[in-house]
Ligand binder design. Structure first.
Ligand code: AMP
Ligand code: GLY
Length: 420
């Protein structure tokens, strides 16, 4: 079978590696891909957000399956367009993808169907938003309604900070149209867990729990990033918590989307906070997480291809989704300065050595330059290691990461620190 993967980050690299394990996969094309993905797929320079470009590519390549991995093309309706053209596509429709693309839709859904989440208000008017903040007090969370590259959320510890966040989203328009509406939320406390799930709209099968590390610096300091590392499993996510989440969150969400006439097929990602009052949803994503995928998919023992095909045919209930009983840790190596300004084009050394020691090195911001792999983005690589315990997986990931270097390389030294 021929597969087309839309996207070009570490997540897409991990998806490609997982799909390639099924012997039915004979060819993978990736658009746009990156320096590492080009080792197992033919990369074509079409942007993930170029919807008509992606449709033309799919028409020309005639893949048996298109996997749409990033949020933007899903929110722009790429799966709908491919389906209209008779091309089989994995991922939610535009209507279903709103569960991520519009926080106000997601909050409304949870309120209507009694799914536990932070209390909130939704505002299109800047003065009303500020009045609500003054009434509720700090700490409080201000979120741009639309997609803002993971940067639209301010967890404000003071009133001034919260009011300034409203000014920059609604007044100065720093997130463009995504910030015309804001969601203002009660601040929750507790460990965060990501649960990625496969669903065909009828059945939901959970992956293994994982945890992202969003802040740039050790000790959860510094600005928010796309994610600096991930672990799986997460010790505080116990069997009891899992069963409660299935009952109160996962299954009710699938049912709610059906009831709204937006059946969700693909990967539904639950960003959870385990609060003293029980697990609550912080956010939904309509896709695999990055870098969670780089710590989760290496643990999948069943065929990802078979699961994806089954989801497109609504027969997930009959397909095994089995996981190893061990652990996996992924440490992100980033360009110094990220998530702010950084330079690219630096040669990377040591990837082969790290892989010879047992790591899988997923590429995110890399490209090939005259046969050499060089940096081309903020998050450059994720060094992913499996082991029978989380402690051993983390030790291996750090030992392997120490073999890799490029100018101004930055990584967190404390991934999984609290979970060992
Ligand atoms: P999001 O973009 O919605 O994933 O939010 C980014 C990060 O902000 C989350 O991973 C949390 O760490 C934090 N956050 C979001 N909502 C809340 C909340 N209601 N209470 C506390 N922290 C939050
Ligand atoms: N790791 C968070 C995300 O993929 O949105």
């Amino acid at each position: 079978m021929k597969i087309l993967i839309v996207g070009g980050g570490g997540r897409e690299h991990a998806i490609a590696v997982s799909l390639a394990r099924d012997e039915r996969v004979t060819e993978i094309v990736c658009a746009p891909g990156n320096g590492g993905i080009s080792g197992i797929a033919r990369c074509v320079p079409v942007k993930a957000t170029d919807i008509e470009g992606q449709v033309s590519l799919a028409k020309a390549e005639k893949p048996d399956l298109v996997v749409v991995a990033p949020d933007d093309p899903l929110a722009l309706g790429l799966v709908d367009r491919l389906t209209e053209c008779g091309i089989r596509a994995f991922g939610p429709t535009k209507l279903a993808a709103e569960i991520e693309a519009s926080k106000s839709f997601a909050k409304g859904l949870m309120a209507k169907y009694g799914i536990p989440t932070a209390e909130c208000g939704v505002f299109d008017d800047i003065e009303a938003a500020k009045a609500y903040i003054r009434e509720k007090g700090a700490p409080i969370v201000v979120k741009a309604d639309g997609l803002a590259l993971g940067k639209g959320v301010t967890v404000a510890s003071t009133l001034e900070e919260a009011l300034a966040a409203v000014d920059s989203a609604m007044g100065d328009g720093v997130f463009g149209a995504a910030g015309n509406r804001v969601v203002i939320e009660e601040c929750l406390f507790g460990p965060e867990v990501s649960m990625l799930c496969f669903t065909d709209g009828k059945t939901i099968k959970t992956m293994v729990p994982s945890q992202d590390h969003k802040r740039a610096l050790d000790g959860d300091k510094g600005p928010n990033t796309g994610g600096m590392g991930a672990i799986s499993p997460v010790p505080c996510y116990t069997k009891e918590v899992h069963e409660r989440c299935i009952r109160e969150i996962y299954e009710p969400t699938v049912a709610a989307m059906n009831a709204e006439g937006r059946p969700f097929k693909g990967v539904l990602y639950f960003g959870l906070m385990l609060t003293a009052a029980g697990p609550k949803v912080i956010e939904y994503n309509c896709r695999f997480g990055d870098p969670e995928t780089q710590a989760v998919l290496p643990r999948l023992e069943s065929s990802l291809l078979e699961i994806m095909l089954a989801i497109t045919e609504e027969r997930l209930s009959g397909v095994p989704v089995e996981w190893d009983s061990g652990a996996c840790a992924a440490v992100v190596l980033a360009s110094g300065g990220y998530p702010g300004a950084y330079r690219t084009g630096y040669p990377i050394s040591g990837i082969e050595e790290a892989e010879a020691m047992g790591a899988k090195v997923f590429h995110a911001g890399t490209k090939l330059d005259g046969g050499k792999t060089v940096t081309s983005g903020g998050r450059v690589l994720a060094v992913s290691c499996r082991a029978d315990t989380l402690g051993k997986a983390l030790d291996s990931a750090y030992a392997c990461a120490s073999k890799i270097s490029f100018e101004n390389m930055h990584f967190r030294k404390d991934i999984g620190h609290g979970a060992r």
